[in-house]
Design a protein around this ligand. Structure first.
Ligand code: NAD
Length: 227
């Protein structure tokens, strides 16, 4: 059975990804900074923590970088510490994971597959969260650059760019009728996405059915970025 490490596994998209991948026959190592049953403790901004978790879980065939946070501040109120915090978690946190995975995979002469969770805002900006938009654009660049560099090692690196998905991260916006109406109006399919919409795409990109796909940032957004 092939083993995969999933970060952000305690909630939302990461939790559903664990369920979907287990159903597809993967041996899933679930990791998060929030403790929980069956969850390995991992703070993605700590290289030491990443190295220990990857060493314990090795051999891994795949990695899903799903851990993330979001906040909203207009630019004048955006503290540099908050700007840096998001970039650190979303971009550096994903990079350290790719580094830990690729270092061991290359040393063993093993290939593998990595999926990062980007966002529609990787390409289509929204206001009020300049740090999140910058970070998710960074995740898309990190995905493409890693895919190019690791291609001849047999390590595929792709990303999913979700639209608005019903998780604890979006609960505040989806609980506000005005925001919900705006969001549905923004999406050609006129509905919010579910964590399973993303998890199914992750499962495909990790599978051998995607064996010639690398460096892709795949929108799963009900048509948001097509319009
Ligand atoms: N929900 C959406 O609409 C949406 C849209 C686009 C992208 N995303 C991205 O999808 C990913 C998952 O989001 P979600 O909606 O499931 O959110 P969520 O809040 O439900 O889950 C995020 C998980 O990440 C974990 N986490 C946060 N910071 C961490 C850290 N430093 N180290 C380890 N774990 C950490 C949290 O503990 C939590 O369990 C995030 O990267 C998010 O940016 C979500």
């Amino acid at each position: 059975m092939k083993r995969v490490l999933v970060t952000g596994a305690a909630s939302g998209i990461g939790a559903q990804t664990c369920v979907t991948l287990r159903a597809a026959g993967w041996d899933v190592v679930a990791a998060d900074r929030m403790p929980g049953e069956g969850i390995v403790a991992l703070e993605v901004t700590s290289e030491e923590n990443w190295n220990a978790v990857v060493a314990n879980a090795w051999p891994l065939a795949a990695l899903v970088n799903c851990a993330g946070v979001r906040s909203r501040f207009p630019i004048p109120d955006m503290a540099l510490t908050e700007f840096d915090r998001l970039l650190h978690i979303l971009v550096s946190g994903s990079f350290i994971g790719i580094k830990a995975f690729a270092t061991r995979a290359k040393a063993d002469g093993r290939g593998g597959a990595i999926v990062n969770i980007a966002s529609v805002v990787s390409t289509h900006a929204v206001g009020g969260q300049v740090h999140y938009v910058a970070a998710k654009a960074g995740v898309a660049g990190l995905t493409r650059a890693s895919a190019v560099e690791l291609a001849t090692d047999g390590i595929r690196v792709n990303a999913i760019a979700p639209g608005v998905i019903r998780t604890p991260m979006t609960a505040d916006r989806l609980g506000d009728p005005e925001q919900l109406a705006w969001l549905k109006n923004r999406v050609p399919m006129a509905r919010v996405g579910e964590p399973s919409d993303i998890a199914d795409a992750v499962e495909f990109l990790l599978s051998d059915r995607a064996s010639y796909i690398t460096g892709v940032v795949l929108p799963v957004d009900g048509g948001w970025t097509a319009s």
